[in-house]
Design a protein around this ligand. Sequence first.
Ligand code: AMP
Ligand code: ZN
Ligand code: FE
Ligand code: FE
Length: 283
Amino acid sequence: MAVARIDLHTHSSCSDGTDAPAELMTLAARAGLDAIALTDHDTFAGIADASKMVPECGVTLIPGVEISTSHQGITAHLLAYLPDLNSPSLPDLFEKTLQARQQRMRQMVQRLSADFDISYQEVAQQAGSSPIGRPHVADVLVKAGYFPNRSAAFEQVLATSSKYYVHYQAPDTIYAVQQVIKAGGVPVLAHPRAGGRQRRFLSVGTISQLKEAGLFALEAFHPEQNPIEQAEVSEIAKLLGLAITGSSDYHGSGKPNQLGQCLTDPEVFAEVCEKGAGTPLRP
Ligand code: AMP
Ligand code: ZN
Ligand code: FE
Ligand code: FE
């Protein structure tokens, strides 16, 4: 039997991906994947629709989420796999983040509107019921003809180094790991070294504190971490006794990342399935 192909980080249109959850499952099957995790930003909204497609697509679904966090002013994304979806601890976090995201987006649009003819209303409409983020303002700028695609909009006006960028208050990373554990989920630090030189990263000391709080793994293999960065993340994981994962962070047409571009080892996947309170949805 061929080695299982497992991609543990994908986004649907319930956050800032461009494919509906059901469509994402179809595309995962077409990409030859055996299992995917749906990890929309700060919401479980896509899981029900994706799960309905499991039998038809023959792809195992791991319910998950990517939680926005920050620690001492440094942004960090925390993946959580197989939490108890009825536990209130994570939805409580999401609610606070949602409000912070809205407030921050009003400020960003205010700054942008000095140079671009866009309104908060348009961005909110673009986001719909999804947690509002920079990809949605990118989409509005693209629709208005200012940029050819999301990537160009990010490069020129939405990067963290841009004068239009506004930081938002997200829950502390250590607290978020604790909440994931409380909800029975498996916490994995997403792309710890992605983003190039303009980004600030969590230190090894902080990652060690996350491990103490229950962190399971680091996402080493990710399209936005080059081989040197992947090796660095793998080194840190080895040093601290953490597992490593690999995933595509697929966002549909919103980003170049392709489904199955990076994969997770089947043995690590088995550990995730065993540790999580929730059950993998198997065909
Ligand atoms: P936010 O949470 O609003 O700060 O936005 C972060 C989101 O923007 C993440 O989902 C990233 O995947 C996405 N993002 C970051 N850089 C880019 C880029 N160059 N092109 C498209 N999406 C990006
Ligand atoms: Zn995203
Ligand atoms: Fe992320
Ligand atoms: Fe992501």
